[in-house]
Ligand binder design. Structure first.
Ligand SMILES: [Zn+2]
Ligand SMILES: [Zn+2]
Length: 546
């Protein structure tokens, strides 16, 4: 039987984050992106990072030949240090993506990986695949669409992109090449869906520069603090340009900001004259109106520089009336509450706060509807698979593609673990592969059960019953109830004690072994907690035999 071309969805479908797709033909397996996502602290307490379950790649590691990276965002490279630790594989991507990846690997103290920097338009051949990097614009420099020529036809991955005709570094999306690839014939296109719900066109990154320029001009008398995503190097560059233009020195604050600036300067993606930089420790030597602080913390992260400034916990910066604070980012859905808390606190201290709702200080890096349509019109694929989005995004995107003339039967909405055979005859779903999320605490996998317990602990607290008994099982001394994270009224505590004493004195108790005794006490207590308080804390009976 002839070889099949298989597409395997390991992440980024039915969810935002941890993008990972594999492509397999014969004995060659390649991977496009390997991202991570951040946990929701409320439902996943204690978890640091979520990565895709890539058991399929481990099982087929003898076939795994290369990893191709569209760009250096965490949701596209964050999972790779772990995969590369498990299966050393050559990685290809832009200089920024590779520099960020190397930094992550070093930070995790993993063994060095074989990273390869590609240039615009470069083609890498791996087994039966010819992989071409096509320049696109996005909210990070060095972003690529990936066009793969396979024995069955061309597969085009847009990666994350927007169509920005006036990007900050002048490196425009290569629409001419994309149109050329489309004209030659594309079998299947996979397009990102992040902003499929937004009508029209996204704003150009340069427009943000104009707004920032106006704000720097209007607030010449203030100290200016701008918070943004560290990885948005073009944004950081535009802030630096404004600072220089209006005679300010620049200080960087926040670990990820310092790291990113250092990496980006090293590979010359960020340009800033050395004499314009001032160490954050030395900003007191610079007059207020001659200073611009670029900080992390656009999402209200508790440990970030901006959040700490808003709470008076940042040593070097005390926010006051002469401050203008610009949040050059938009809230990631779910983060609104902590962000508005930070904004409220800054306002209370008298600072002037400018954010997206008030001024055009942020532009999305993801294509809006008209840009997605433009890409579809240029690539003109026979088959279409929307990726990188929750189910509603993918569904909406499938409808958009149908409106653009792609046959309904030629559109597939993927789910995690889908394995799809791709050929001119069509997209055929094969048996699914194991997929899902791996939860990490530091570098170590956390069992789902442990997470449940942590969540339970966070919500309900823990109650320990300390019981001392004689060898014959007779209660000795006072019975102790210790609570952590659970508030229990005195009368309930007394009732618990009475009920346990009663059980201890009963004949049933003496017949039981240690484990069954603990069980009995736990059952007795949980009944009371539930009846009296409708609560179920974690109960730990500790029986000490004297
Ligand atoms: Zn992404
Ligand atoms: Zn991205």
């Amino acid at each position: 039987m002839a070889n099949q071309l298989k597409l395997i969805f390991l992440g980024g479908v039915g969810e935002i984050g941890k993008n990972m797709t594999a492509l397999e033909y014969g004995d060659t397996l390649i991977v496009i992106d390997g991202g991570m996502s951040f946990p929701d602290p409320e439902t996943m307490p204690g978890i640091d990072v979520i990565i895709p379950d890539y058991e399929y790649l481990l099982k087929n590691k003898h076939k795994l030949k290369a990893i191709f990276v569209t760009h250096g965002h965490e949701d596209h490279i964050g999972g790779l240090p772990y995969l590369l630790r498990d299966v050393p594989t050559p990685v290809y991507g832009s200089n920024i993506a590779m520099a960020f990846l190397e930094h992550k690997i070093k930070k995790n103290k993993f063994k060095e990986a074989k990273t390869n920097v590609v240039k615009d338009g470069e083609i890498i051949e791996v087994g039966p695949f010819k992989v071409e990097f096509v320049r696109v614009t996005h909210s990070i420099a060095g972003a690529y669409a990936i066009s793969i020529t396979t024995p069955k036809g061309v597969i085009f991955f847009t990666g994350d992109f927007k169509i920005d005709h006036t990007p900050v570094d002048g490196r425009k999306i290569d629409l001419a090449r994309i149109a050329e690839i489309g004209t030659k014939g594309v079998l299947l296109m996979l397009q990102e869906s992040t902003n499929v719900e937004r009508r029209g066109y996204s704003m150009s990154e340069s427009k943000v520069g104009e707004s920032l320029d106006n704000l720097f001009n209007e607030n010449r008398g203030s100290r200016i603090i701008v918070a943004t995503f560290a990885s948005n190097i073009h944004r950081v560059q535009q802030i630096i340009n404004c600072a220089i233009k209006y005679g300010r020195k620049v200080a960087f604050s926040g670990r990820s900001m310092l790291n990113t600036v250092e990496i980006a300067q090293k590979i010359k993606e960020l340009k800033i004259p050395e004499d314009r930089i001032v160490d954050i420790e030395k900003i007191s030597q610079v007059p207020y109106d001659r200073l611009c602080i670029i900080a992390t913390g656009t999402q209200g992260e508790p440990e970030s520089a901006l959040t700490r400034m808003s709470q008076d916990e940042f040593k070097r910066v005390a926010i006051c009336e002469t401050d203008t604070v610009i949040l050059s980012a938009s809230p990631i859905p779910g983060n609104e509450r902590p962000i508005y808390q930070v904004i409220n606190n800054l306002c209370k201290k008298g600072a002037k706060v400018v954010y997206e709702a008030l001024s055009e200080v942020h532009a999305s890096g993801h294509a809006y509807q008209e840009e997605l349509k433009m890409m579809l019109a240029l690539v003109r694929p026979r088959y279409f698979i929307p990726v990188h989005g929750e189910y509603r995004h993918l569904k909406k995107h499938a409808e958009l593609a149908e409106k653009m003339g792609i046959l309904r039967a030629n559109v597939l909405i993927p789910e995690l673990g889908f394995c799809v055979s791709v050929s001119k005859a069509g997209l055929k779903q094969l048996p699914t592969v194991k997929s899902g999320s791996v939860f990490l605490v530091g570098d170590t996998e956390s069992e789902a059960e442990d997470m449940q317990i942590r969540k339970h602990l966070a919500e309900e607290g823990i109650v320990i019953a300390l019981v001392t008994v004689s060898a014959s099982g007779k209660p000795q001394g006072e019975l102790d109830i210790i609570t952590k994270g659970a508030v229990i009224p005195d009368n309930v505590i007394q009732e618990l004690k009475d009920a346990i004493q009663y059980k201890l004195a009963g004949g049933e108790y003496r017949e039981l072994n240690q484990e069954a005794r603990q069980k009995l006490i736990r059952k007795t207590m949980s009944k009371i907690f539930y009846n009296k308080m409708k609560r179920c804390p974690i109960i730990m009976p500790i029986i000490i035999e004297e």
